[in-house]
Design a protein around this ligand. Structure first.
Ligand SMILES: Nc1ncnc2c1ncn2[C@@H]1O[C@H](COP(=O)(O)OP(=O)(O)OP(=O)(O)O)[C@@H](O)[C@H]1O
Ligand SMILES: [Mg+2]
Length: 328
């Protein structure tokens, strides 16, 4: 039986700027099951990081959640007080930031920085807490395949792949139920990328961890995710299990996104880029936000917002008036 770990319902997050309001995430719904990975993909600027930061409640000052509910294990994170949320971070849900591996403090050892997170969570600087924290740092190094003797190294003494492992060690140090990883392998070469993906899979099966895996790289999702969510211009346009979305994707954007990716092993064919650019989210088009670039767009698409409805099964949702229609 599938046990839902995270349920995001009708989430809208906007950035309130001096002269405009950027509708970065608009009425987004999805779930992540316990022990499963949801891959979130879409073009740059479509709202992937803003969705993740909303779940963590770590938005920059201009960002506000204007609607929605976010349930983790049945508890609405948006109803938690700041202190309750602080307690939940790292312990219940943790986050590997986009570009995180470059965010280590260069004048502290990697071990010190991970220990700091654990000590902070315990809210005590007693000797026993510190001792326990260092034990945990060593354990987390082992979990991610780093030599525990390296805990006293500084970030510049680590390679990119090692730093990324250390970031995952930090995220796993307090045994969370949900890990949100924002582009965790984007800056790595393909061999290190494969190792990190394998590592995440191992940690996931050992700890029954739910993972939200954000990437713009569909091949990474195809390889490592159970479910897929496709975002376009702040909207979720299609969500389903990976096989359904990749083989029977019903939203024109999903299909065009897949077609725009080269296949190394499949037959050699010309890739088809999606013409046009995503809309300005301070002034999105009426109706379906994809309609200006969509070959299937009709009057209805230009005027009405397509509902996000179940399509081929109760787990497959698509927001399109022309879902499943052939694109010539
Ligand atoms: N601090 C901010 N202030 C104003 N607008 C912002 C801020 N952060 C993000 N945005 C806007 O919100 C929208 C979504 O951005 P977001 O960073 O979530 O996209 P993304 O899908 O993660 O992109 P990428 O793939 O490039 O990381 C964009 O239009 C972006 O310009
Ligand atoms: Mg991002």
């Amino acid at each position: 039986m599938i046990m839902v770990l995270l349920e995001v319902k009708n989430l809208s997050t906007h950035f309130f700027l001096k002269e405009s309001r950027v509708r970065a995430v608009d009425d987004v719904c999805f779930t992540i099951a316990q022990g499963k990975t949801l891959g979130v993909a879409g073009e740059s600027g479509c709202g992937k990081t803003t969705t993740a930061l909303s779940i963590m409640r770590m938005l920059p000052p201009a960002g506000k959640i204007v609607n929605g509910e976010i349930f983790l294990d049945g508890v609405d994170l948006l109803k938690k007080s700041k202190e309750e949320m602080r307690q939940a971070k790292w312990k219940e849900l943790s986050y590997v930031f986009q570009y995180a591996m470059n965010a280590f403090n260069p004048v502290m050892t990697v071990g010190e920085q991970i220990a700091e997170v654990i000590i902070e969570k315990e809210n005590s600087k007693s000797k026993s807490v510190k001792k326990e924290a260092w034990k945990k740092v060593k354990e987390s190094f082992e979990i991610v395949g780093l030599d525990p003797d390296r805990i006293k190294n500084y970030p510049h003494e680590f390679s990119g792949g090692m730093k990324q492992r250390a970031i995952i060690a930090m995220a796993m140090a307090c045994d969370p139920k949900l890990l949100i990883a924002d582009e965790p392998v984007t800056a790595l070469d393909v061999i290190v990328e494969k190792k990190i993906l394998k590592l995440l899979k191992e940690i996931q099966s050992n700890y029954n961890l739910g993972i939200m895996f954000i990437t713009h790289d569909l091949s990474v999702i195809a390889e490592s995710c159970d479910d897929v969510a496709i975002m376009y211009a702040g909207k979720m346009v299609e969500v389903g299990d990976a096989s359904t979305v990749f083989h029977k994707g019903a939203h024109p954007y999903t299909r065009m996104l897949i077609r725009s990716f080269p296949s190394i092993l499949g037959e050699c064919k010309r890739i088809e880029p999606i013409s046009g650019i995503p809309p300005d989210l301070a002034n999105p088009p009426p109706g379906c936000r994809f309609h200006p670039r969509c070959p299937l767009a009709s009057k209805e698409c230009r005027e009405d917002i397509p509902p996000f409805e179940s399509f081929s099964s109760s787990r497959h949702h698509v927001a399109c008036f022309h879902a499943g229609e052939t694109i010539l």
